[in-house]
Design a protein around this ligand. Structure first.
Ligand code: ATP
Length: 439
C-alpha cells in the first residue's frame, strides 16, 4: 500500500543540473514521485505523478536537467543534494554517439560505416562504470535505438548473476527499479568473481561472446547501427584484461573514468590511470579511429567494501529467481539424477606428476571439464544450464539460465527452482561456485 501525506513524507526542490543522491535504508523500501518538472534516474526519465518503490539498500540519484520537485515517502539511510555532477560531459559523449548512429543508419550497405559506435567503459572499481554504461544505453533507447549492452564485469553481474559475462539488446530506457531486462540475454558462464582467478577461461569466453555478437550484427542492420556499450571489470586487478577486451571488440570510443582528488587512495588510482592511459595508447596505435575520452568520476558513486560486494552478489542471485522487488515466483520442477550430466570447469591436474620436473606441482588446467557426481555437496549451489549439445561444447557454449537445487539422495531426484516452468533445455549442467542459501 502506498502511504502518502504521512509524517515521513517530504518534498525536495532540485535546481537545474542538480541531483538528489539517495541511499535506501537496508530494512525498508523508499517511495518517491515527481510533483513538478522532469527528472531522470541514471538516464531513464521518471514518469510524472506515479509513486515508485525502491528496494532496500539501493543507491541512486535523481538528476534534473531543467529543475524538478520530488516527494519522498519513508526515511533514507542518507540523502543529499549535489550541484556538481559530471552529467554534462556524459551527455556530450551520448551526443557524439548519436551522430555516429545516424551516420551508420544512413549507409546500411557500406560494411564499415554501417557499424554504429562501440564504447568500452574502463576505470577503477567503484568509479561508476556500470552507471555510465546504463545512462548511455538509456539515452540511446529513448531516441529509439536498440543498442547492445555487453557486461564483462564478472564481479557483480548486472545482466544475470555474478560470475558471468553477458550481452543483451536494450530496447527501452532501463527501468530504475527493475534494472536490465532479462528477456534474451546471451550469457557465458565463467564461475569466478575475478578474471585473474582463471584468466585463460575468461579470455576464451570474451572471445566467444565477441564472435557471437559479430555474427548477430552481420545479420541485423538495426542493432549494428545502434552499436554497443561495453562495461568492464575494475582494471585495478590487472591492466591486461582491458587491453585484451579492447582488441577483441575494437571500439571507436574508450570512455575512461578517472578519479580526481588528493587522498592517498585516490592518488594511487590517479597514478595507475596514467599507466592504463599509456598502455591504451600503445595498443590503439595500430587501430585508427579510436577516441579515448577521459571522464570524471561522479562524487555520488558509492564505494563498496568486499563484504558489501559479497552481500550484493547474494542478493543478485536472489533477484534472478525472485525479482528485484521480490514479486516473482520461481517454478519448482523435479528431475532424475540419470537425466542430467553435471560438469565442473577448470579442475584436475593438467599433466601427471610423473611427467613434470622434480619438485614441480601440476597446475590445474583452467579450461578442463571434469564430470561431477550428484551428491549433497551440491546443495545450495547454483547450477548453470548449458546450451551445449555435447560435453565438449560446454566451455564455448552460452548458457540458458540458472537453477537452484534440493537433492534427494534416496529417490535419486533433484528438485530445482527455475525462473520459468517446463523442462530444462539441455541435460548438461555446470556446477557453479556461487552459493546461495535460501532463507
Ligand atoms: P564496480 O567496481 O563494481 O565495477 P562501478 O565502477 O561499475 O563498480 P557503479 O556500480 O556504477 O560503479 O556505482 C557504484 C554504486 O554507486 C552503485 O550502487 C550506484 O548505484 C551508485 N551510484 C553511482 N552514481 C551515483 C550517484 N550519482 N548518486 C548516488 N549513487 C550513485
Amino acid at each position: 500500500p502506498v502511504l502518502t501525506g504521512g509524517p515521513s513524507t517530504r518534498q525536495v526542490k532540485l535546481d537545474k543540473e542538480c541531483e538528489l543522491r539517495v541511499e535506501v535504508r537496508p530494512e525498508a523500501p523508499l517511495q518517491l514521485r515527481i510533483l513538478s518538472g522532469t527528472a531522470e534516474i541514471f538516464g531513464t526519465e521518471i514518469p510524472p505523478e506515479i509513486w515508485l518503490t525502491f528496494p532496500p539498500s539501493l543507491k541512486f540519484a535523481v538528476f534534473t536537467w531543467y529543475g524538478a520537485t520530488i516527494e519522498l515517502e519513508g526515511t533514507t539511510e542518507t540523502d543529499y543534494t549535489a550541484d556538481e555532477t559530471p552529467m554534462i560531459s556524459y551527455v556530450n559523449v551520448h551526443a557524439v554517439l548519436e551522430g555516429r548512429r545516424n551516420r551508420a543508419k544512413a549507409s546500411p550497405d557500406d560494411s564499415v560505416s554501417s557499424q554504429g559506435p562501440r564504447v568500452i567503459v574502463v576505470g577503477p572499481t567503484d568509479s561508476g562504470k556500470s552507471t555510465l554504461s546504463r545512462m548511455l544505453l538509456s539515452w540511446a533507447a529513448k531516441q529509439g535505438w536498440k543498442p547492445t549492452y555487453v557486461d564483462l564485469d564478472v564481479g557483480q553481474g548486472s545482466i544475470t548473476i555474478p560470475g558471468c559475462i553477458a550481452a543483451t539488446p536494450i530496447e527501452m530506457p532501463i527501468d530504475s527499479v527493475e534494472g536490465i531486462p532479462l528477456e534474451m540475454p546471451l550469457v557465458y558462464y565463467y564461475g569466478q568473481v575475478s578474471p585473474s582467478l582463471n584468466a585463460d577461461l575468461y579470455k576464451v569466453l570474451v572471445k566467444e561472446l565477441a564472435q557471437t555478437l559479430e555474427r548477430q550484427f552481420a545479420g541485423n542492420a538495426e542493432s549494428r547501427a545502434a552499436g554497443m556499450v561495453i562495461n568492464t571489470m575494475g582494471w585495478i586487478e590487472g591492466v591486461g584484461y582491458e587491453v585484451y577486451v579492447i582488441l577483441r571488440f575494437y571500439p571507436d570510443y574508450v570512455a575512461l573514468i578517472f578519479l580526481q582528488g588528493c587522498s592517498c587512495y585516490q592518488l594511487i588510482m590517479l597514478g595507475a590511470i596514467e599507466k592504463l592511459c599509456s598502455m591504451l595508447k600503445d595498443v590503439l596505435k595500430s587501430k585508427p579511429g579510436v577516441d579515448v575520452v577521459k571522464l570524471q568520476k561522479s562524487g555520488g558513486v558509492v564505494s563498496r567494501s568486499g563484504k558489501v560486494r559479497n552481500i550484493a552478489r547474494k542478493s543478485r542471485i536472489r533477484e534472478y529467481f525472485y525479482g528485484p522487488s521480490n514479486d516473482l515466483s520461481p517454478h519448482s520442477n523435479v528431475a532424475n539424477f540419470n537425466d542430467l550430466s553435471l560438469y565442473r570447469i577448470g579442475g584436475g591436474p593438467q599433466a601427471p606428476r610423473s611427467a613434470l620436473p622434480i619438485g614441480a606441482e601440476p597446475a590445474a588446467d583452467p579450461t578442463r571439464l571434469v564430470p561431477v557426481n550428484i551428491n549433497t555437496d551440491l546443495l545450495h549451489l547454483v547450477l548453470v544450464v548449458s546450451f551445449a549439445k555435447e560435453p565438449d561444447q560446454i566451455i564455448s557454449s552460452n548458457v540458458a539460465g540458472f537453477i537452484y537445487t534440493d537433492i534427494d539422495m534416496q529417490r535419486k531426484k533433484i528438485t530445482y527452482l527455475a525462473p520459468s516452468a517446463g523442462e530444462l533445455p539441455s541435460k548438461f549442467l555446470i556446477v557453479g561456485t556461487l552459493a546461495y542459501i535460501e532463507n
